[in-house]
Design a protein around this ligand. Structure first.
Ligand code: NDP
Length: 284
C-alpha cells in the first residue's frame, strides 16, 4: 500500500479535434511537474456536436480551465459565462478559465505574442506591418491595438479577410489601420518599427519565402514570425542577417502556455523549463 496521501489532481485540458501528439501537453505538464503542482493537463478529442456537453462536463468535474483549438474557437463562446476583453473584440476563444463559478473565455494567442514582443520592445506608439489576416493575425492585431500601437498595415493575399480585419480594428478599437493587398514583393516603409509574419508561410518548410523585399528590412526593426516549427524560418534568418531584432514563433507558443498556466494556477511558471519541454516534444 502506498504511504503517499491521497490527493486529487487539479485539472486543465484541451478540447480539440485530432488530439494526438500535442506538444502543448508536454510543455504544460513540464511546468506543473517543475513547480510541484498536483495538476494534470489532458487532451480530449471533442466533436462539434458534443462541445456543449463537454464544456458542461468540464465545469461539473471541477476543471480549472481548458484550451480549445479549431474548430471550437468561436462556437465555444455560446457555452461560456463571459469573455475577457480581447476575446470579446476578436470573437474567438482559445483558453477558458474558471473564475469563481463562472467559465470565462480568453484568447492567449495574441497575449503570448505580446509577452514575447515585450521582451524586446514596448509596443506603445509603434508602427506595425502585419502579414496575414487569419486567426493568428487577428489575435495579434487586436492585442497590439489594446496595447496602444500607433498604426498598423495589414498585408494579405485575400482582400476579403484583410479588409474585414481592418474594419474590426477601426470600429472596435478605433485603431489607425489600413489594408494593402499582397501582390509581388512588399517593401517595408522606413518608418516601420515592427514587422510580423502571421501567415502559415514557413510552416514545416525552413526555405519558404515571404514575398518581401528583404533589403527594406532595416537594422533596429523588430521582425517576428508566428511559425514555431521550424523556428529558424527564412524570414527570421534574413532579419537577423540584416541586424533586425528577430523573434521566433516558439517564443509566442511558450508565452501562450505561460499565460494559460498563470490564468489557471496563479503562479508564474519557469519559461526555460516550458521552452525546453516544447523543443523536445517538437524534436528540435
Ligand atoms: P489561417 O488559416 O486562419 O490564416 C492563414 C493566413 O496565411 C491567411 O492570412 C492566408 O492568406 C495566409 N496564407 C497562407 N498561405 C499563403 C500563401 N501561400 N501566400 C500568401 N498568404 C498565405 O491560419 P492561422 O492564422 O490560424 O495560423 C497561421 C499560422 O500561425 C499557422 O502556421 C500556425 O502554425 C501559426 N500559429 C502560431 C502560433 C504560435 O504560438 N507560435 C499560434 C497560432 C498560430 P489568405 O487570407 O489570403 O488565405
Amino acid at each position: 500500500m502506498s504511504a503517499q496521501p491521497n490527493f486529487l489532481y487539479e485539472l486543465a485540458g484541451s478540447m480539440s479535434q485530432g488530439a494526438a501528439g500535442n506538444p502543448t501537453v508536454a510543455m504544460i505538464e513540464a511546468a506543473f511537474a517543475h513547480h510541484g503542482l498536483h495538476w494534470r493537463y489532458v487532451n480530449m478529442e471533442v466533436t462539434p456536436q458534443d462541445l456543449g456537453t463537454a464544456v458542461r462536463g468540464a465545469k461539473a468535474l471541477g476543471f480549472r480551465g481548458f484550451n480549445c483549438s479549431l474548430p471550437h474557437k468561436v462556437t465555444v463562446i455560446a457555452h461560456l459565462d463571459g469573455l475577457g476583453e480581447s476575446a470579446a473584440v476578436m470573437g474567438a476563444v482559445n483558453c477558458v478559465v474558471r473564475r469563481g463559478d463562472k467559465l470565462i473565455g480568453e484568447n492567449t494567442d495574441g497575449k503570448g505574442f505580446l509577452k514575447s514582443l515585450s521582451s524586446v520592445c514596448d509596443p506603445r506608439g509603434k508602427t506595425v506591418v502585419l502579414f496575414g489576416a487569419g486567426g493568428a493575425a487577428r489575435a495579434i492585431a487586436v492585442e497590439l491595438g489594446l496595447a496602444g500601437i500607433r498604426q498598423i498595415t495589414i498585408v494579405n493575399r485575400s482582400a476579403a479577410r484583410g479588409t474585414e480585419l481592418v474594419e474590426l480594428l477601426k470600429t472596435k478599437l478605433n485603431l489607425n489601420a489600413n489594408f494593402v493587398q499582397w501582390q509581388g514583393d512588399y517593401t517595408i516603409s522606413s518608418g516601420t518599427d515592427i514587422v510580423i509574419n502571421a501567415t502559415s508561410i514557413g510552416l514545416y518548410d525552413a526555405d519558404a519565402r515571404l514575398d518581401l523585399d528583404v533589403s527594406s528590412l532595416k537594422a533596429g526593426m523588430v521582425v517576428a514570425d508566428v511559425i514555431a516549427n521550424p523556428p529558424r524560418t527564412r524570414l527570421i534568418r534574413d532579419a537577423a542577417e540584416r541586424g533586425c531584432q528577430a523573434l521566433d514563433g516558439l517564443g509566442m507558443l511558450v508565452n501562450q502556455g505561460i499565460v494559460g498556466v498563470q490564468y489557471w494556477t496563479g503562479i508564474e511558471p519557469d519559461a526555460a523549463v516550458m521552452r525546453r519541454a516544447l523543443e523536445q516534444a517538437l524534436g528540435l
